[in-house]
Design a protein around this ligand. Structure first.
Ligand code: PMP
Length: 350
């Protein structure tokens, strides 16, 4: 660190990304990417003209992509804004929409706390219940921006839409940001509520269910006025935030419903098998509606499990130190990847 860094950022812990090894030998079940390739229909549209057009700045409004998203969710284009991954949307929310501070669960996506630190937002971490579910009452009338991942990050537990609506309804003076990075794997989206509540922002990504993590495309759906607020932040920071190649990939990916459905169906089915096999092996798993499973074994600690899996060429994620210290988070990969994981787990715990 140099002496030039802001004092506020001196003691600040930036986000630790999951390992991204250069060597492709690992079975990567650590960052909730899709095991399946992006839609061929989407990739097929990349041509030379598009690449040559990279000499020009991209469309700051990503108009075609916004139109494709609006058509898909049957909302107006004024209700959508795109960004460089949903992380950027979340950053904009913390930068511009947390005037009274923010609240989020103690176990959730680690970036919320990091963004709060970066932008100097005061925050409260609200403990999840003993069983790692969200207690809706904790989020009623809080007078601060509510940020909830649904399904929740790390746990995979989904909060029913009726509960989300109670939270949104009880906080008319504060934005409620619902991060639906994992909702396509079995949850119901809150997008149906945006016409009803001006304070709701639904954040989505192309990184997980649409196999485009590397393209970096995310978006937010909300009331027109809230979208205008997001745009104020975006146009004060990085107007050309989505490049033309990624925008086209995403616009075509969202049109390829059949492929999307086949990928999410496979992941949902593999998740079911992963959970039942882990439980047969004596693991405790949390009821996930995401593309990952948080699991703990009473006789092998999380750190050992993580390390021994890595020795066997399998990467999972572990969040040491807190309430989920003893758990490992396993991304739902392909059937073959999960076979390899289960085989390795059997060797380790026997
Ligand atoms: N929200 C949650 C809950 C996540 O787990 C992630 C992925 N790490 C993101 C947002 C960010 O995804 P991306 O920036 O790739 O859209």
């Amino acid at each position: 660190m140099s002496r030039y860094i802001l004092e506020r950022l001196e003691k600040f812990e930036p986000y630790t990304v999951g390992e991204q090894p250069k060597d492709n030998g690992y079975i990567k079940l650590n960052t909730n990417e899709s095991p399946y390739f992006p839609s061929e229909y989407a990739v097929g549209a990349i041509n030379e003209t598009l690449l040559k057009n990279l000499r020009l700045y991209s469309d700051p409004e990503s108009s075609e992509l916004v139109k494709a998203i609006a058509d898909y969710y049957e909302i107006k284009t004024q209700n959508v804004m795109t960004a460089n991954g949903s992380d950027e949307i979340l950053a904009f929310a913390f930068a511009g929409l947390c005037g009274e501070g923010a609240v989020f669960p103690d176990v959730t996506y680690g970036f919320y706390k990091v963004f709060a630190g970066l932008f100097g937002v005061a925050f409260d971490e609200i403990p999840l219940k003993e069983d790692f579910t969200v207690n809706t009452d904790d989020y009623l009338n809080v007078g601060k921006t509510v940020v909830l991942a649904n399904p929740n990050a790390q746990t995979g537990i989904y909060l029913p839409l009726t509960e989300i609506e109670k939270i949104v309804k009880s906080n008319p003076s504060s934005p409620v940001v619902i991060d639906e990075a994992y909702v396509d794997f079995g949850g119901e989206s809150a997008v149906s509520l945006i016409g009803k509540y001006g304070n709701l922002a639904v954040v989505r990504t192309f990184s997980k269910s649409r196999s485009l993590a590397g393209a970096r495309v995310g978006f937010v759906m909300a009331d027109e006025r809230l979208i205008d607020d997001f745009k104020r932040v975006k146009y004060s920071f990085n107007p050309y935030n989505v490049n033309g190649v990624s925008a086209l990939l995403a616009a075509n990916a969202i049109k390829d419903e059949q492929y999307f459905k086949s990928c999410t169906d496979k992941i949902i089915s593999t998740r079911g098998r992963l959970i039942s096999e882990l439980e047969l092996l004596g693991f405790k798993t949390l009821p996930s509606l995401a593309n990952f499973v948080l699991a703990e074994h009473s006789e092998t600690d999380g750190k050992t499990l993580y390390e021994k899996l890595k020795e066997r060429g399998i990467l999972v994620r572990r969040f040491g130190g807190g309430r989920i210290n003893n758990f490992v988070r396993i991304t739902v990969g392909s059937e073959e990847q999960i076979d390899a994981l289960l085989k390795a787990v059997k060797e380790i715990i026997k």
